[in-house]
Design a protein around this ligand. Structure first.
Ligand code: UTP
Length: 281
């Protein structure tokens, strides 16, 4: 067990694929049935044992800070109407007392690697988790599985991975890995958004990472890559000892409209008639 204390949530992106829904509402607060995407991500970080959650946000996305702010008036109103289930659901979104929530601003959207680097001054010692909230993983909590599997002595990084159709590899970071069904696969390389014909495999990275703290030096040394952005994939590859982790849950790409609908239907089914929010489970 790596003892994952810090999880970084890059939430500064523009969310253009979800416009106009994201014109005012940050993508990370879009609901999956009854619960914002970001709430699922926070739950997953807490399940992995994190005690410091670092939101790398953008000054235009103040709704994210508001979401985690006090809501005494709302609670008082619900209590006065004896809406006990809703009181429990709202209270369950509060951070546990021993968990710190820290906001850091990424003023320019210079890519995922740059966003993670923006969080560097806010991390505690030891390996660092990263969750991209728009990759929703239902079922077994992926980051907790990965924190258990991460071995600081032998790994620079452990990155959640799943096979994707060949014609989709150019949307992902892709591992250069031997085929196999092992849960943890060492990779010889890791490339961002390769053309299908150049891709070393169809094993693609999804938004969960456990990273050695040396990643921050690797990011500082990483120049702009694909799309003029600082790519986390490039820094992970430069750091070396990359490992892919085949998580056991089911992933939904909620940065995509159809993916968000599929996730919503899956959560609706999961909830059944209980109408519990994720935070209350
Ligand atoms: P995406 O690649 O999905 O980008 O980022 P995006 O801007 O959110 O969405 P589209 O492509 O315009 O629709 C993956 C994650 O990385 C964050 C995003 O907020 C999202 O959680 N991110 C991306 C940053 O925090 N900063 C960046 O500069 C880029």
């Amino acid at each position: 067990m790596a003892g994952l204390k810090t999880v970084i949530f890059p939430v500064a992106g523009m969310g253009t694929r979800m416009l106009p829904a994201t014109k005012v509402t940050p993508k990370e607060l879009l609901p999956v049935y009854d619960t914002p995407l970001l709430q699922f991500a926070v739950r997953e970080a807490l399940d992995a044992g994190a005690t410091r959650l670092v939101m790398v946000s953008h000054p235009s996305k103040t709704a994210i800070e508001d979401y985690f702010g006090p809501c005494d008036d709302l609670l008082a109103e619900l209590q006065s109407k004896q809406k006990d289930a809703l009181v429990r659901a709202v209270r369950a979104t509060n951070m546990p007392a021993d968990v710190e929530l820290v906001f850091v601003m990424q003023h320019e959207q210079k890519g995922l690697g740059h966003a993670v680097l923006c969080g560097s001054d806010a991390v505690l010692d030891g390996p660092v988790g990263v969750i991209l909230p728009d990759d929703l993983i239902l079922g077994a909590p992926a980051l907790a599985e990965m924190a258990d599997a991460f071995d600081e002595r032998t790994m620079g990084s452990l990155v959640a991975a799943q096979r994707v159709p060949r014609d989709k590899v150019s949307s992902y970071g892709v591992f250069d890995c031997a085929d196999g069904d092992a849960t943890v696969l060492p990779a010889k390389g890791f490339v961002e958004k390769p053309a299908p014909r150049d891709a070393p495999s169809n094993l693609a990275a999804v938004g969960r990472y456990v990273l050695s703290p040396a990643i921050f030096d690797a990011l500082r040394a990483t120049g702009e890559g694909a799309g003029g952005e600082i790519q986390l994939t490039d820094a992970i590859a430069a750091l070396g000892r990359v490992h892919a982790y085949r998580f056991s849950g089911t992933r939904y790409d909620c940065g995509d409209k159809d993916g968000l609908v599929r996730a919503t239907l899956a959560v609706q089914e999961q909830r059944g008639r209980a109408h519990l929010s994720v935070a209350a489970e």
